[in-house]
Design a protein around this ligand. Sequence first.
Ligand code: AGP
Length: 615
Amino acid sequence: MCGIIGVTGVAEPLAVLLAGLRALEYRGYDSAGVALVETGGSELWRLRAAERGRSIDKLASEVVAAPLDVGAAIGHTRWATHGAPTEENAHPHLDCSGRVAVVHNGIIENHRELAAQLAAAGHRFSSATDTEVVAHLVEEERGAGAPLAEALRRCLPRLRGDFALALVDAGSPETIVAARRTAPLVVGRSDTGAVVASDIAAALATTRNLFLLDEDQVAELTPGAIRLIDAAGAECSPRPLAVSWDVAAAQKDGHPDFMAKEMAEQPLALRETLLGRLEASGATELEELGLDGPVLKAFRRVVLVACGSSYHACLSGRNALESLAGVAAEVDIASEFRYRDAVLGPDTLVVAVSQSGETLDTLHAQREAKRRGATTLALSNVVDSVMAREADAVLYTRAGPEIGVASTKCHLAQRAMLGVLALHVARARGALSDDATRRHAADLLGLPDAVSDVLARAEDHAAVAARHAAVRDVYFLGRRDGFSVAAEGALKLKELAYVRAEAYPAAEMKHGPISLIEPGALVVAVATRSGLWEKVMANIAEMRARGATVVAVATDGDAETAAVADDVLLVPETGPLAAPIVEIVPLQRFAYEIARARGNDVDRPRNLAKVVTVE
Ligand code: AGP
């Protein structure tokens, strides 16, 4: 999972490239690099840096040595998969002649086999990456006389795996060629320039006139023009991409980091996601879904699949579908679902939940569900994401771009969207009384205000976090929806603060993990009045009896819970659909503050990338 950017025919191409790389850095920050073709001299110039998190700054300080007259230029920000995060393995990679440069996101699964064939034909490799084979394959085709786009087209059938690629060649100073399979890539053109990028935000500085690439199509970008050829070599027309985001939406807006900005944007993300889809009467409007009432009524089972935070959203989504709509629902981790020979058929709706819409595990789970005859619904935040395009039906959260690696506003928006979906299915199945429908609608519609209320308590919640900043092991406990909150709280603490944190359904502790509890252990319990409060209180007592310190997420005014906890993270009382969404907010703050107190980079936690496009 890396970021790709390429431009041709633009003023100040290096500045555009570096800005694009900064916008893409969330996709990986192990190293960065650029390759430029000099217009007059037909020379290829390359610069790379592998200084984790500082590589783009290093490039910026060294590009003064770049040629002045630049035609096509490509850049890359890397999350290492094959080959250590060193400068030798940083992209762009070159062919033997040093005239072809390639940047790549994804994995070429058969790279060893290809490298062996190429080496036998005399090619010399200078990196440990899977990517470099592409430069040498293109070199072969160029040597056989193929123009650059045709050379790439001929190489694609030899590549196995998922990838997005962009290449330049010193012999075609103003041309970039690009192709994708599964991994995302958009292309765009202005009057005088053209751009290729892994995501919309990085392309917007050049143009809003963007297009989608279908799998195995090859795009040839020249100043002001895009030419597309399909896998058979026939010319085809690019599909326009509607762009609603602007460049400013991808900036920090004065917040210390993207995570802070994105947490602050949560009420807006919820408002936008609910807008026009749910009325106070409980009426739902999901025409975009394209699955009408009788179809929704006919499903006998819903299976939700996702990874990480999106999986936690699904835990509550399952509960809502079962309790509101009375439909059998289950949830699975996408990477497990894919390989477990799930028994599916036309009576099953598989909902694949993914912020990015390109997480490979979830994408493959969705494909597997389709292959097994289920109807697939993608719930994504990225419009026209790969999953959105491949699913039978799509719902979008409208949280705007999320740059911080830790999911915050998108996670809340996913939960809200699943709540609306549960209500929608419940209505289609006639499973809820009008009264109950109105109550749940009011609960969801109150979310933007309730979450604003919790955000306004940031100082109180930060003070609790400060008291536990030195913690080493934490157990997050909750029951039913509270467990989904606990799981998300633990993931946030792990990924941001690098603290060992485990989440358990609270009652499960006594089946083993309780032996880990000793004086000094920290337990964070989701103990609001919305859930199985009495049961959780009993579980808290079990922890306290063994010497644990307890931080409780509790409902405003709940003196009883406050009395048994060492610290409380208070939230306002809401109904059951909104409760988990509101309860997560103080746990985001808890993890954020502890991470910052430890000097961690919250936007770019170690070893992680925003979008996981490897298995
Ligand atoms: C969340 O904070 C994580 N960064 C991660 O677990 C994420 O939710 C997961 O990788 C799934 O991503 P997706 O929603 O884009 O599919």
